[in-house]
Design a protein around this ligand. Structure first.
Ligand SMILES: *Cc1c(COP(=O)(O)O)cnc(C)c1O
Length: 398
């Protein structure tokens, strides 16, 4: 057991020499580093992820809820998370890349897997052999996929992405018009299982572009043969029933992020990032902290140095204005976040402090959105930046 750090210790007391507490060994083989002292954890609550899937179903019903598991399931680990979605009843997935689809196929053998990147010519053979469904983004991709259908003498499934205002991927209006006029010929040999588009401003219900994109999408649907339709990602679901169509593509909410940060979060916290306190120290008023000496103590202070840094994905941008939590009490980040370490001002913590104790950097007290805001970014970037140096730990598999 570690020794409590007593506030009655004389200034300069350094608790690093106190014994370190060892965590219980990992719950499953293959996770964890095998060493007794693990400095930082990324804890993924599989039960919360399953519950969030059901919450999306409740919010989006009767639309089908597809799970978006691109970027290693937003950093949570697709290999562990995808089977949870399958068990929860999910049979439709989206990935961005072909490689992600290849990795997902054995985890969800029966599922429909859409690949958002489309079907570049050299991706076609692998898409076909792994039964992946490309979301075709241009007339050229449609032509290539239709040619593959002819060459293999099979009917190939496909989605089609229509650009309604993102100007990123998808058929622009001119190509939509062409396809509309010549769909009998151009879609020959294809089974269109999804017509989709993507909203640019779904996190903000006030943005006029949402309604404009909705109208453009409806027009596009009227120009093409009937097929299941999809417009909303997590944020779009909360814009109202008009946006649901037949299928929604949910990512962020499943992992506990708040798609409309200005409103209360309907989703359960599914990801926690924690790190151990490596050292506690008392410093006098007027001392500086960390690289660049960017923080100066305004009072005699107690500082805790924890084992998390920007190499773990704790963004350096939160230097001097991020927050962490000890036993549910928020404590400020002081000084710069460095590669492996971050320093906290724990002077106001009234509960016990000890080396080896866990500090929460993302989770129940400090939300993804709190950290993202402090880093001047979004929860998506924060989640997908969490590196694999922190030991992954999976809790309460359903
Ligand atoms: C990433 C992505 C999604 C999922 O968005 P969330 O906001 O995470 O729910 C849906 N559709 C497309 C096209 C995407 O790229």
């Amino acid at each position: 057991m570690s020794q409590p750090f007593r506030r009655s210790e004389p200034a300069g007391f350094d608790a690093a020499s106190a014994g370190r507490h060892c965590p219980p060994s990992m719950d499953r083989p293959g996770e964890g580093s095998g060493v007794d002292f693990e400095a930082a954890h990324l804890i993924v609550r599989l039960g919360a992820i399953a519950a969030n899937y059901k919450t999306v179903q409740r919010l989006a019903g009767p639309a089908v809820v597809a799970a978006v598991v691109k970027a290693d399931a937003y950093g949570t680990g697709m290999a562990r998370v995808a089977p949870v979605f399958v068990q929860t009843g999910c049979d439709t997935f989206f990935v961005a890349r072909l490689e992600e689809g290849l990795a997902l196929r054995p985890l969800a053998p029966e599922a429909r897997i859409f690949v958002l990147d489309g079907a570049q010519p050299d991706a076609v053979p692998a898409l076909i052999s792994h039964r992946l469904t490309p979301v075709l983004n241009s007339i050229a991709e449609i032509a290539g996929w239709a040619a593959a259908a002819r060459a293999t003498k099979t009917r190939l499934d496909a989605g089609i992405n229509i650009d309604t205002g993102m100007n990123r991927l998808g058929l622009p209006a001119s190509e939509l018009a062409t396809l509309s006029g010549e769909h009998v010929k151009r879609l020959e040999g294809l089974h269109i299982v999804l017509l989709m588009s993507h909203l640019a401003c779904a996190e903000d219900a006030e943005m006029k572009l949402n309604r404009l994109q909705l109208d453009r999408f409806k027009t596009a649907l009227s120009m093409l043969p009937p097929a299941p339709a999809s417009l909303a990602a997590t944020g779009g679901i909360m814009l109202g029933k008009d946006y649901l169509f037949d299928l929604v593509r949910s990512g962020l909410g499943l992992y506990g992020g708040n798609p409309h940060p200005a409103n209360p979060n309907p989703f359960a916290v599914a990801v926690r990032a924690t790190a151990r306190v490596l050292q506690l120290r008392r410093v006098d008023k007027g001392e500086t902290v960390g690289y660049g000496a960017t923080f100066r103590t305004k009072r005699p202070s107690v500082l805790a140095t924890a084992a998390l840094g920007y190499a773990d994905g704790l963004m350096r941008a939160i230097s001097n204005h991020g927050t962490a939590a000890i036993g549910g009490v928020r404590v400020p980040v002081v000084g710069r976040v460095s590669m492996d370490l971050v320093t906290l001002d724990v002077t106001d913590v009234t509960g016990p402090l000890s080396t080896g104790m866990d500090v929460e950097f993302i989770g129940d007290t400090v939300t993804l959105e709190d950290v993202a805001a402090a880093a001047n970014t979004i929860s998506y970037e924060l989640l997908t930046s969490l590196s694999h140096r922190a030991t992954r730990r999976y809790e309460d598999a359903p």
